[in-house]
Design a protein around this ligand. Sequence first.
Ligand code: ADP
Length: 780
Amino acid sequence: MQSNNDTFRVIPMLPLRGMLVFPYTVIHLDVGRKKSINAIEEAMLESKEIFLATQKEAQDDDPEEADIYHVGTVAEIRQILKMPGGTMRVLVEGLHRAEVRSYVTHDPYIVVEIEEYEDDPKHKPAELEALMRTLVSQFEQYVRVSKKIPPETVVSVVAIEEPGRLADVVASHLSLRINEKQKILEARDTSKRLEYMCDILAKEMEVLELERKINIRVRKQMEKTQKEYYLREQMKAIQKELGEKDERTAEVEELKGRIEEAKLPKDAHEKAYKELERLEKMPPMVAEAVVVRNYLDWMLSLPWSSETKDRLDLKVAERILEEDHYGLEKPKERILEYLAIRKLAKKMKGPILCLVGPPGVGKTSLGKSIARSLGRKFVRMSLGGIRDEAEIRGHRRTYVGSMPGRVLQGMKQAGSKNPVFLLDEIDKMTMDFRGDPASALLEVLDPEQNFSFSDHYLEIPFDLSKVMFITTANSAYNIPRPLLDRMELIEITSYTEEDKVHIAMGYLVPKQVDEHGLKGKNISFSEGAIRKIIRNYTREAGVRNLEREIASMCRKVARQVVEDKNVHVNVTASVVARYLGKERYRFGVAETENQVGVATGLAWTETGGDILAIEVALYKGQGKLILTGKLGDVMKESARAALTYVRSRAGELGIAQETLDDNDIHLHVPEGAIPKDGPSAGITIASALASALSGRPVRSDIAMTGEITLRGRVLPIGGVKEKVLAAHRAGIKTILLPEDNKKDIQEIPAQVRKKMNFQLVSHMDQVLAMTMEKADIPLN
Ligand code: ADP
């Protein structure tokens, strides 16, 4: 409600920037603009009263009429303080509202004519009273919640009795935007002003409530993470008190323990600790940590210092070698000599044993027996097909999934630093662009170097000098020269049928029976059964397939034993035939017919001796010689020589000139794609050629071997023993050998020698005389 004593009046005006002065409030103003200072000075001369109105834009330095709100406050200047720099600090007290009616002048300061409104403090109907109480209680609540206003303020506000004043004082305490404050100022009607204030406070309370909720949420979140952190720290502390460790420390400590236990040499010890330190610094799950952990694992599982004690007792060694192997007199003797020398000169870095012979003759098992007799651990590593140096020396750790080479893998498996280490098939290594495995192996075997063998993965040297290396090969011919120079060769030759029977009855059968969990009462083999297997189910130099077939018989019997524990099977030749099915080889060639153009030769291969059929066929052509069957150069040359010889004997052999001129000759050596080479098939080729060209069959029950010259002389050849044993295996009785090989016949085991008919020849004419049916060749 406005009062009646509203008046018009002319008064200097001070435009305010960014603030507003309510009636009944005392406030400091800093005044700097010239016009404003002038206005204040003028006011001081007169009534000390000035009209305060707010600029619409605070930045405006010289506002026009339209830029200033019309409603403002008449205030009394209480105090003036001149500040350095020409500004003034003025203390004013708002008195009442007023509204500009007109602008009188702008210079040197603004003078306006205003209409003044005063609140009527007396007029207080019940409705107003109610509004006042609401506002006071809302304000109390606001002060309590917001905490932005000192609580004493509430006391002074409660004491206010005039409704208009109450609204204005409350408004002056709130931090509202200028346009909102201006609205309050413009509310001349006190009840409207109070209502409006109640509205504003209610809104402010809502905002405050929201703020509070947000605050609580944020605090809860923070508290949760803090709580977890705190609990975790507490758990660590508790574990420490109880002497327990977290996973990481436990792992590191375990590794430390293992490092100490492993009794590493100095450089390995240092390296291990260095890696451990790296591991400690890494977060546990990174890939790099896995690499380091694997490395340490590997390193610590190598036998750096564990060693078995040698038993160098030759009597024991001899007994064990005998126990494990039948026959093999010479190899056993050589092995015992070798061990004797080691016993005498412990420090001596002797040559390395190399057992050479066809597969299945017991090279590996001799190696095992040596280990057993010395009381050493045994490991075996096959070199067959190795073509990459890294297989021996390992990959650098930068490769993903890299590992040490096979030598160190073998050492880990052995678990002692002085095992017997068998390097199998040293003649089967190949070489390619990835480096030469043979030269890496040389470092392994060389006693001058192998005390500090370097593996790419391990990075530090490992001592191999206490290892006893034994190598095996099928033929010494293919062993890389530098390796061969360091080795002492022990040759093991093929077994005769008698040997095989003995080995089977004395060793293989008991071993297989035992391995299949059978008892002597369940199974027994007759000698006839073994012979049947040897003759019709295997054709080999050694006893590997024989052992396999015996094992397969044992399996069949074991099945029956499962059904009936007391079953007994006596394995005889007919049982073998029943269990093993169709015969794989035919023994003896008695029933094969004599044929034209087919002669039987004898060959020596890495897998022992073998019989070799040589076939010749003629067809229309111009006398060309065609050779097939994967023949080597030497064999081809020897075929040409044979042909030249046969041509020179055409007359005696009854070969017509046209046959030679009008036919091409095709010579073929069957038997798979096995490469065949060497001159020893010479006389066989000549026989086949002579037969094909003359049309006379060759005797199929004779096998022959020998080199031929252009003039028909027969020269000596190698591998007699293996070849004769092969012929014997095939059931052939008559063998043609070069005269100069006579001495080799002594090498052949007596039981075989006795059964064979050896014909020594020195000229091809003799050969033809014996091999050709109805031959009529004059002997030289
Ligand atoms: P290699 O290494 O020469 O190929 P292995 O040592 O593997 O041959 O021998 C094959 C099987 O024949 C083994 O079970 C072995 O015990 C057995 N064997 C070979 N020769 C004999 C022998 N003279 N006395 C007893 N068993 C033998």
